[in-house]
Design a protein around this ligand. Structure first.
Ligand SMILES: Cc1cc2nc3c(=O)[nH]c(=O)nc-3n(C[C@H](O)[C@H](O)[C@H](O)COP(=O)(O)O)c2cc1C
Length: 186
């Protein structure tokens, strides 16, 4: 599949992964796609942490879940309290995208970078899912040691993560797109 529009439309969030690891060359291509995203002022403020250590991923998942459980948000609270919930759905590879604190728009840089990552993964038939919550680690006492463990340099703040792995199932159909939200002025 090499038509970009088809790839964009076919991509779905994948939450069921095979345990088989994806290749380093695939990770390199996926990250390279992220690096070619636009960025505010051309800062390219992203920093990538590739985690394939199951125990560390579990630790990160549990730390974020504890924060979720303490929040005043019923959706996140129920995820935080759900013993079976794994933040990364046991994906064999997780990429954490952090942004340079001195950049103009690091959070937006990381967001567009991750979108490129998701599209690139789909183009290689690799499943992916955008995972939030990682940003909360920087805001809490208990999260900061985890950021240290992840070796994220002090100049960077983690914003987004992506779960990656081979898909266990075919992509489901996309939900119907919302209509009547385009307004032309000519
Ligand atoms: C800003 C943002 C945050 C998201 N956070 C999560 C998340 O923490 N966990 C998760 O499983 N999916 C997360 N997703 C994926 C969405 O749930 C998913 O994109 C949406 O349900 C539409 O499904 P699709 O990606 O298959 O089209 C996130 C997506 C975005 C854009």
């Amino acid at each position: 599949m090499n038509n970009t529009l088809d790839v964009i439309k076919k991509r779905r969030s994948v939450r069921n992964f095979k345990s088989e690891q994806i290749a380093d060359s695939e990770i390199a291509s996926i990250i390279e796609a992220g690096m070619y995203a636009p960025s505010g002022r051309g800062d390219q403020s992203w920093y990538f942490t590739v985690v394939q250590n199951t125990e560390l991923l579990y630790e990160v998942s549990e730390a974020v879940k504890r924060i979720y459980a303490s929040l005043d948000n019923p959706f996140l609270q129920s995820q935080g309290k759900n013993e079976k919930y794994h933040l990364f759905y046991h994906a064999p590879t997780v990429i954490i995208v952090s942004g340079n604190k001195d950049a103009l728009l690091p959070e937006l840089d990381c967001a567009v970078c991750v979108q490129n990552i998701l599209i690139a993964a789909e183009s290689l038939d690799i499943g992916s899912c955008w995972i939030s919550g990682i940003d909360l680690l920087a805001a809490t006492e208990e999260g900061r040691p985890i950021i240290k463990k992840l070796n994220i340099p002090d100049a960077y703040k983690p914003y987004v993560s992506v779960a990656l792995g081979f898909k266990k199932n075919e992509n489901p159909k996309a939900a119907p797109r919302k209509e009547n939200n385009i307004h032309f002025i000519r």
